[in-house]
Design a protein. Structure first.
Length: 256
């Protein structure tokens, strides 16, 4: 048991590796691999649906006489989970996908049809531009206009995001100021009755309470002062009926 764990093996001095015979295998032998179904399919024999990602023990081989620009194409053999019918599919290097070959049909996938239509439109557009230079110029003008519109829309959205962030920051600042003012005016004390109850009370002002006039606006203060001046009457000099000015004499000081 300990001999198989050693890293160095003993080779005698007369050992010649060329004398060891090599195993001859078949040219296109199949290999057993573990894979997942590359697409959703339906068995043609029993109608069982096989979803994408289901695991199988498959046999893999290289397809003879088929390649795509030197890239080999491989074929896989799996069995239906219900009736054990053989299902085969191949790699598709051209579309970077897999293609169903025998025993099952691939389920309909709408996005694959959309991609095919887009590819056909692109090829038709390139062919039209090659034959008509004016068409190519019009297409380039439309593409540049579309790019400018997209950039304008992005700039507008960025401005809106900045404005939203600024308004949110201002709102938070105002809320913090209000909260600070509330904490200055009110305070929370525990209830004297006991328990976890809390009573919110208004704090007593440390400074002298302001007068009513100091709380009024400037316009109200000006209006009150003007009315007070109008109510005050100037003192008239005392005159008799004949119009002679009367002067009151001060009382004489008493002699000591």
């Amino acid at each position: 048991m300990a001999e198989r764990k050693v890293l160095n093996k003993y080779f005698p001095p007369d050992f010649d590796p060329d004398l060891i015979g090599r195993r001859k295998g078949t040219k296109n032998s199949q290999q057993v691999v573990r894979l997942m179904a590359p697409f959703s399919m339906r068995c043609n024999t029993c109608g069982e649906y096989i979803y994408k990602g289901k695991k199988f023990n498959a046999r893999k081989e290289t397809v003879d006489g088929e390649d795509y620009y030197g890239i080999k194409i491989f074929r896989f053999y799996i069995k239906c989970t219900l009736c054990s019918a053989e299902i085969t599919f191949k790699t598709d290097p051209k579309n970077t996908d897999y293609a169903a070959e025998h025993g099952a049909s691939r389920n309909f996938e709408p996005w694959r049809e959309e991609e095919a239509v887009e590819q056909e439109d692109r090829l038709a557009k390139l062919e039209a531009e090659e034959n008509n230079p004016m068409k190519a110029l019009e297409n380039r003008t439309e593409d540049s206009k579309r790019e400018m519109d997209i950039l304008d829309a992005l700039q507008i959205s960025e401005r809106g995001m900045h404005a939203t962030n600024e308004s949110e920051t201002q709102r938070k600042k105002l809320e913090e100021e209000d909260e600070k003012l509330v904490r200055q005016v009110f305070s929370k004390i525990p209830d004297s009755g006991g328990g976890d109850a809390v009573i919110t009370v208004k704090r007593k002002a440390d400074d002298i309470e302001p007068t009513v006039e100091s709380l009024l606006p400037d316009s109200a203060k000006a209006l009150i002062s003007s009315k007070a001046q109008m109510m005050k009457k100037p003192k008239l000099e005392a005159k008799n009926k004949l119009g002679i000015k009367m002067v009151k004499k001060k009382p004489a000081a008493k002699a000591v």
